[in-house]
Design a protein. Structure first.
Length: 434
């Protein structure tokens, strides 16, 4: 395999890929990743790591942390996230720059026999590749987002400076459990002995789970929302660009006034508090991250990290916004922002995957929107006609389209000047739209 496209084609065809085929690709064990990393010299042991898990917000939180660390002057800040939207290399970035194609080719070619012998998954290989590349780049620090869960996630062989768990909601219940405490117990698996943990959101059902695990591990635990609160948030225009402007309180006293975030979804308020609490822990550990680095990193999070798909405006005429929120909690946050965004008629380009129960999400969606049901180009995608039939039971009506492109084109043609087109329901719908 000589070219990047040949290597990516090989990875998709040879290795089980969760985002394409779903739970069949999930390996409920760390054995493979341990074997892989042993064989390549355990590069993860060379990396100072911030390990981030959670149902919602872990991607945004990871990007914020990486951007702030870049603004604080740290050399070669690594950032691992998943899934990717357009290009595999989005998963593995240093200072916001994706891993070079040639490095991907070299790694896969060098370890092809090993990966086939171990029979590893796509995600296991990508995590090992991440650790190898970050070690090669001599990263000062790496922000590592989990893929799914925590306890048995392939990233969970790191020894972090701090663990971060953003929040707990219902997602991937077939693999993680069907109650919030069960899901929390899986996420709590990233808490390591004597290493601090930051919990983004205090929830009555999950707080005791985290406290018990932290106690067992002798780990200091900090609930971010017990320290930081947002006292007012608004979208503001500055130099033709839309920002979320926040007034932050620390222990009920003014702390950061007019903190501007390049990610302008209102739901980012929770993530900002999680980020600030994590920065406090890093500073206690000897890192040097001042107020200016926080302001700069939060204001430039998209431009410094290349983050896609978080309340992203993809067209202004008509106004078309895409967001990757896809589970019950994520959709609630999205709908709150849609309600706060001025528009006459809402046009909803919508699709889902076939291995999740759609009812909880469909029950939340507005009945007065015009729907354009569609199917992403992956094996996991729920058939658009089947989705339309299920949605009809919840009073949601519209047309069906076999592709995201056709649905988006139809929505934008139909929408009037003062209407709003929203694209979502699945990460993969957003990936194709942008």
């Amino acid at each position: 395999m000589q070219t990047y496209s040949e290597v990516i084609d090989y990875l998709y065809k040879r290795l089980p890929v969760f985002h394409r085929i779903g739970p069949a690709a999930y390996k409920a064990s760390l054995d493979n990743i341990i074997k892989l990393c042993d064989a390549i010299g355990n590069p993860q042991k060379q990396l100072p790591v911030i390990h981030v898990a959670g149902t919602n917000g872990k991607g945004s939180t990871s990007h914020y942390l990486a951007s702030v660390l870049q603004s604080a002057g740290y050399k070669n800040v690594g950032l691992h996230t998943s899934p990717h939207l357009k290009d595999f290399r989005e998963r593995i970035k240093v200072n916001g720059i994706p891993m070079p194609e040639q490095d991907v080719v070299d790694f896969v070619n060098a370890h092809k026999n090993l990966t086939e012998q171990i029979d590893c998954s796509f995600f296991e290989l990508s995590v090992a590749m991440t650790f190898w590349y970050f070690a090669k780049q001599k990263c000062d620090i790496a922000v590592i987002e989990t893929g799914l869960g925590g306890r048995l996630d392939s990233t969970n062989i790191v020894d972090p400076i701090v663990s971060v768990i953003t929040n707990i909601s219902f997602d991937h219940m077939a693999l993680l459990g069907n109650t919030l405490p069960l899901i929390a117990a899986e996420k709590a698996g990233i808490i390591k002995p004597y290493k601090p943990v930051v919990i983004g959101e205090t929830q009555a059902e999950t707080k005791p789970i985290f406290e018990q695990k932290a106690k067992e591990c002798h780990s200091p635990i900090l609930f971010a929302d017990s320290v930081y609160k947002i006292d007012g948030a608004a979208q503001v225009q500055e130099n033709g660009k839309l920002y979320l402007s926040l007034n932050v309180l620390k222990k009920e006293k003014p702390f950061l006034q007019n903190l501007k975030s390049e990610l302008n979804g209102f739901y980012q308020q929770k993530n900002i508090c999680t980020v600030l609490a994590t920065i406090d822990v890093l500073n206690e550990k000897g890192y040097h991250i001042n107020e200016q680095a926080i302001r700069d990193g939060v204001a430039k999070v998209v431009s410094q990290t290349g983050l896609l798909g978080r309340w992203q405006t993809i067209s202004n005429s008509p106004l078309t916004i895409a967001d990757t929120g896809h589970n019950e909690a994520g959709i609630k946050e999205v709908l709150a922002q849609l309600n706060a965004t001025p528009h006459k008629q809402l046009h909803f380009v919508f699709g889902m995957v076939n291995d999740k129960d759609p009812d909880k999400v469909l029950a939340l969606l507005p009945k007065n929107a015009i729907y354009y049901f569609c199917k992403a180009n992956i094996p996991r995608a729920l058939n658009e006609k089947e989705l339309a039939t299920i949605a009809g039971k919840f009073g949601l009506h519209g047309e069906s389209f076999p592709t995201v492109k056709e649905a988006l084109t139809a929505a934008q043609k139909t929408a009037a000047k003062d209407d709003l087109v929203f694209v979502g329901g699945s990460t993969f719908i957003v990936a194709e739209a942008i």
